[in-house]
Write a protein that binds this ligand. Structure first.
Ligand code: UD1
Length: 364
């Protein structure tokens, strides 16, 4: 174990952490989290392999937060040696772990890759953390582990029944974390089961900029609205929901990252594994989101009903009462704000981060 890091961990055990390692900090949620944590005075170390993101995001993070992310390393978290060297160099107090693959459909076609990156990446991180005496982790989990639960709000006590490798990889990570917390007495893992984080930073500088064809609904909608793609595929209208399209609990990315910042104040609640749903507690169908986006952008959104997407489930809506009770966190932004902010980002960045920062002159 690295002596400096060990001493640092001991010194900070009773207080909130101040130096945070953010894995996947260039990604959609990770980049917004960097802004939120910088705004609240944290020192950040970011690692990312840019598999679905770009280092250009950090200039934008700096522009919003008014200060630079302390250190950025391009590395794959499965590269144990490179990861260990980061822990050798910095006194990390806690880790916020976003780095993962996250597309449901893709995971059904590339299951081994999903287990390797999501589970293998997490165990590699845990090893580096443990070797350096860092025992505080905020983990990005997913509502998808509840599977086809058949409707109704899902609490953390609802059984896990993952229906695709992405969801199964998150559930496997949670089980590993629970066991690590049982075996290593001062290890604290806060697992946040996100429902569907969407939207963008209200500045229009940060948003979701997937490489290639978007896998998720909101960035696809935004690219149709801006004219980058012709029509939205709606995957199935024969589900047992009011309009036949699947229902999800959409959550603004700014609310999502605020929950992570609040989480950092709660390591001192006690060691062990703590699991919380992050959702709004309200469901919207795919066609509801299409209508809300049309309202936000003032343009029609052409769409085609296509066959169901493998791995999709009918309905996922959160019972998020536990996190409100424990931490006082509640989302404050509604679906209209999610669509308006996603649209602002897309309008200002029609080619994503490839164009100049926040400029309408960036054209396809
Ligand atoms: C999934 C995960 C969720 C995770 C998110 C990360 C499940 C059930 N949920 O969300 O935990 O946080 O990925 O990205 O595994 N849709 C279309 N057309 C499109 C794209 C999507 O109709 O072009 C539909 C999907 O069929 C789905 C809804 O829109 O019903 C939302 O899809 P998406 O945005 O991909 O998120 P989830 O798959 O729900």
């Amino acid at each position: 174990m690295n002596a400096r890091a060990h001493a640092n961990n001991r010194d900070h055990r009773a207080s909130s952490p101040s130096t945070i390692l953010v894995t996947g900090g260039a990604g959609f949620i990770g980049s917004h989290a960097c802004v939120e944590l910088l705004d609240h005075g944290y020192e950040l170390i970011v690692v990312d392999n840019y598999s679905n993101s770009s280092p250009q995001v950090f200039a934008r993070v700096q522009r919003i937060a008014g200060r630079f992310v302390g250190a950025v390393y391009e590395l794959d978290i499965r590269d144990r040696r490179a990861l260990s060297a980061v822990f050798d160099r910095h006194s990390v107090d806690a880790v916020v772990h976003f780095a993962a693959l996250k597309a449901v459909g893709e995971s059904t076609r590339m299951p081994v890759e999903y287990y390797d990156v999501n589970v293998g990446g997490t165990t590699s991180l845990l090893r580096a953390m443990h070797e350096h005496g860092v025992h505080r982790l905020v983990f990005s989990s997913s509502c998808s582990l509840y599977g086809d639960a058949g409707g109704g709000r899902l609490s953390e006590a609802s059984p896990a029944r993952p229906t695709n490798p992405y969801a199964a990889s998150k559930w496997t990570c949670e089980q590993i974390l629970a066991d690590v917390c049982r075996r290593i007495p001062d290890f604290t893992a806060l697992s946040l089961r996100y429902f569907n984080p969407v939207g963008a930073h209200p500045s229009g500088l940060l948003g979701e900029d997937p490489s290639g064809t978007p896998d998720n609904l909101m960035p696809y909608l935004a690219q149709v609205a801006v004219g980058r793609r012709a029509r939205l595929p709606v995957f199935g209208d024969d589900y047992a929901t009011p309009d036949g399209t699947p229902v999800r609990d959409y959550l603004h990315v700014m609310d999502t990252v605020e929950a992570h910042r609040v989480a950092l104040d709660h390591f001192t609640d006690g060691p062990g594994m703590h699991v919380y749903n992050l959702g709004a507690g309200r469901g919207w169908s795919v066609l509801d989101v299409v209508a809300a986006f049309r309202e936000a952008c003032g343009k029609p959104i052409p769409y085609d009903i296509e066959p169901r997407r493998p791995g999709d489930v009918t309905e996922l809506v959160a019972d998020a009462a536990a996190v409100a009770r424990a931490w006082g966190w509640r989302p404050t932004r509604d679906l209209a704000a999610m669509c308006q902010d996603a649209w602002r980002f897309q309008q200002l960045n029609p080619s994503g981060y490839a164009g100049p920062a926040g400029s309408k002159s960036a054209k396809e």
